[in-house]
Write a protein that binds this ligand. Structure first.
Ligand code: ADP
Ligand code: MG
Length: 715
């Protein structure tokens, strides 16, 4: 009943502040828990270190004897830090992280404990993976999966309250080599992007081109509420969001939270959390309050996509465990509170290498400008051609509540370039900007004109996919999602576009044009085909939603049920198989896993709605009514009549929802998803509407669930 709610408030009010101490200097703690290249240089033989470095830089396979050396050095390092166990850590197709811990210990024939950690243990592990979703991949192969170290991502130590575990970032695949995780396609997508980029840069006359890599800097939004409130709300504990709750009188309409002072208790949490990140070599760079009360953001400095992706998963895990330690509950859900801003994850993405630098930076020479226009054009083409794929990889039951909700990017994929750059591309398309006949490279002065675009004040915040001066920012990604899916989609669409560009460029050059004229001709053709995806206006407006679909031919996929089937479309299947990123079987298994996750999460929520309405909210309404009746008060014109009506309406909807959940005859997964997205979700909203009305009518001291104003403002 309401007792747990009031106990929570009382407990919070008498809570003593978390004990704090000054933290150690950055220099002292930076990457101390990482088995870094510097560590390896110290502890490996010269030749082993050289082989290791080559693997990290080029992705070349690690020879077996070197693996043995690395394993031995890694074990010594970890054991000196108190580790007795090691674990391959991997990233199954859910957004979660998985581990299986094994001891270093073995016993010798005399029964004494000795330790062992060979190269083969480092490189290959066998998790009991039968419980990981695999989209029937392993069913067909009738085999278990295994994990293998990804040597391009360093091992590290995870501290527990009284020990430590050596963590080994790994891929997870079937015995027949099919990807069962989110890391394998990321590594493959990077390789595909590199191969295509090499072709374009070679045609553009570049020499000594180093391996290209994609980079990612993710801005992570989240909510913190007191843990005691979370414990009194089954919906937060089980679904990660409030399934009920009336809007508070004071919401975010005052906007006084954005960039405001961070409450001290939160500040202490952040410091503790960021120190943990630093020890793990994760470069936490900015943190601040977000738009909604109780909402915050953290953004580490960008890193290579594979590492950034591993770090992002680690960051989400640490954020939750550290919050718990500080008596907070950390919500990564995209829309934990209705009527309050949701949380996203902006994925900042660029591609580059050591020799040419960042290819999405216009640079300062005419040559750099041309390369930039080609790569930027490649991204534009990718978003136009594969917008539905980009939408599919960010589709989830939770992100559906956020996209298109007038405070988050629309569910239509378009590209924002900024006025100046948009004009450059437009002028190339119309021929207003062309290469002089005299030949030679023209200085487009892009670095100059684009300086202006980097001003954050000038950015269009309503765009789902924006150029921000030297990178693209994919803003429609959900706060709880792995960044890997979006990175795979972006790298792969870029690979496809760069292949297309290379082919066109080659033909233009063969026809006798010089590099600049050839590049301009290709960009002109590209813009004629794909400039429809460029949009600089208000992405929230109803006009854009109409225009995008009717005039531009872009797709609007408001729910996961609309978005996920894109993974089955011919163009997408071909994209992934042509680039070698995912075979048709692997891709099909992904659709199955994501669809299943959607179905499961909506069904879990729906059942919880029924249970909470029946066992918590209805009884509170009845209690209130009986207390009113016992006063002998005449019920006419009193809130009681409204309470009775709302409670009856709520239970009628509960009956309907229960019946809807019984219908289990769907010909296809798609039909099942659509039924949940339309019918089931609508009934959940009906129940909530009645319940939230009840919350505003029933006596406060009888209400069982912590209210929005309490969760969002008491800290
Ligand atoms: P804003 O809030 O203005 O978008 P932030 O500084 O909060 O910017 O976050 C921007 C993110 O983009 C950071 O993680 C930053 O390191 C990252 N970033 C900056 N340059 C690049 C780049 N070239 N490639 C990828 N990410 C980048
Ligand atoms: Mg941003």
């Amino acid at each position: 009943g309401s007792q747990s709610r009031f106990n929570a408030i009382a407990d919070i009010n008498k809570a003593v502040p978390f004990e704090t101490k000054m933290t150690d200097s950055l220099k002292k703690i930076w990457a101390t828990d990482v088995f870094s290249m510097a560590q390896m240089e110290e502890s490996l033989s010269k030749s082993a270190y050289k082989a290791m470095k080559k693997t990290v830089q080029t992705g070349a396979a690690l020879p077996n004897d070197v693996a043995d050396d690395v394993a031995a050095a890694m074990k010594d390092w970890a054991m000196a830090k108190g580790a007795k166990f090691f674990s391959h850590i991997f990233y199954p197709m859910t957004n979660a992280t998985a581990e299986k811990h094994d001891g270093f210990i073995i016993t010798n024939p005399e029964g004494a404990a000795i330790t062992e950690f060979s190269g083969s243990l480092l490189i290959k592990g066998e998790p009991d993976g039968s419980s990981f979703p695999n989209g029937s991949l392993r069913m067909t192969n009738a085999a278990r999966g295994y994990t293998a170290w990804d040597p391009t991502s360093p091992a590290y130590i995870m501290h527990t309250p009284n020990g430590a575990v050596l963590m080994i970032p790994s891929v997870f695949m079937s015995w027949t080599g099919e990807a069962l995780d989110k890391k394998i396609p990321l590594l493959r997508s990077n390789a595909a992007m590199n191969a295509a980029a090499q072709k374009v840069l070679t045609l553009m006359g570049e020499e000594e081109i180093a391996t290209l890599n994609s980079s990612c800097g993710a801005e992570q939004e989240y909510f913190l509420i007191d843990e005691r409130f979370a414990n009194a709300r089954p919906d937060i504990l089980l679904a990660g969001r409030t399934l009920f709750g009336a809007s508070p009188a004071k919401g975010q309409q005052f906007d006084d939270h954005y960039f405001g002072a961070i409450p001290e208790r939160v500040q202490v949490f952040m410091q503790d959390f960021e120190d943990k990140l630093y020890r793990l070599g994760i470069p936490a760079k900015t943190h601040h309050n977000e738009v909604a009360p109780g909402q915050f953001e953290i953004a580490p400095y960008f890193e290579s996509a594979n590492i950034a992706s591993d770090h992002q998963q680690l960051l989400m895990t640490l954020m939750k465990t550290t919050a718990k330690k500080h008596g907070f509950f950390c919500l990564l859900h995209e829309k934990p509170f209705a009527g309050v801003n949701g949380s996203g994850k902006h994925v900042n993405w660029s591609v580059g290498n050591a020799t040419q630098g960042n290819l999405l930076d216009p640079g300062s020479t005419p040559n750099d400008n041309l390369n930039f226009l080609l790569f930027c054009g490649a991204v534009i083409r990718g978003v136009h051609k594969f917008g539905p794929l980009l939408r599919a990889v960010i589709a989830s039951a939770s992100n559906d509540h956020r996209l298109g909700a007038n405070e988050a990017p629309p569910a239509i994929l378009s590209v924002y370039l900024g006025d100046q750059l948009e004009k450059v591309f437009d002028d190339i398309k119309t021929g207003a900007l062309h290469v002089p006949k005299s030949g030679g490279l023209m200085d487009l002065g892009l670095a100059q004109i684009l300086k202006f675009e980097r001003d954050p004040g000038d950015r269009n915040r309503t765009s789902p996919f924006a150029f921000t001066g030297n990178r693209f920012e994919f803003r429609a990604v959900g706060s709880s999602q792995s960044v890997s899916g979006p990175l795979v989609a972006m790298n792969t669409m870029l690979a496809d576009s760069l292949e297309w560009i290379a082919e066109k460029l080659e033909a233009q050059l063969e026809s006798g044009k010089d590099k600049a004229a050839a590049a301009f001709a290709v960009i002109k053709e590209l813009m004629e085909l794909h400039s429809n995806v460029i949009f600089g206006g208000d992405g929230y407006s109803a006009e854009w939603h109409r225009m995008a679909v009717e005039e531009r031919g872009l797709r609007n996929a408001p729910t996961t049920a609309d978005a996920l089937p894109a993974l089955k479309e011919k163009e997408v299947v071909e994209l992934f198989s042509n680039t070698g990123v995912l075979t048709p079987t692997e891709l099909a298994s992904r659709f199955e896993v994501y669809a299943e996750q959607y179905v499961l999460s909506v069904e879990v929520e729906a059942k919880l709605v029924i249970e909470m309405a029946t066992t918590m909210i209805y009884p509170a309404a009845v209690k209130y009514l009986s207390s009113m009746a016992s006063t002998g008060f005449t019920l006419e014109h009193s809130p009681a009549t409204k309470v009775a009506a709302a409670a009856t309406a709520m239970m009628a909807s509960v009956e309907k929802l229960s019946a809807a959940l019984e219908s289990e005859h769907f010909d296809t997964t798609e039909a099942h998803m659509s039924f949940l997205a339309a019918d089931v979700r609508a009934l959940m909203v009906d129940i909530r509407t009645s319940a939230d009305l009840l919350e505003t009518l029933v006596a406060d001291d009888l209400w069982p669930l912590p209210k929005y104003r309490e969760m969002l403002f008491i800290k």
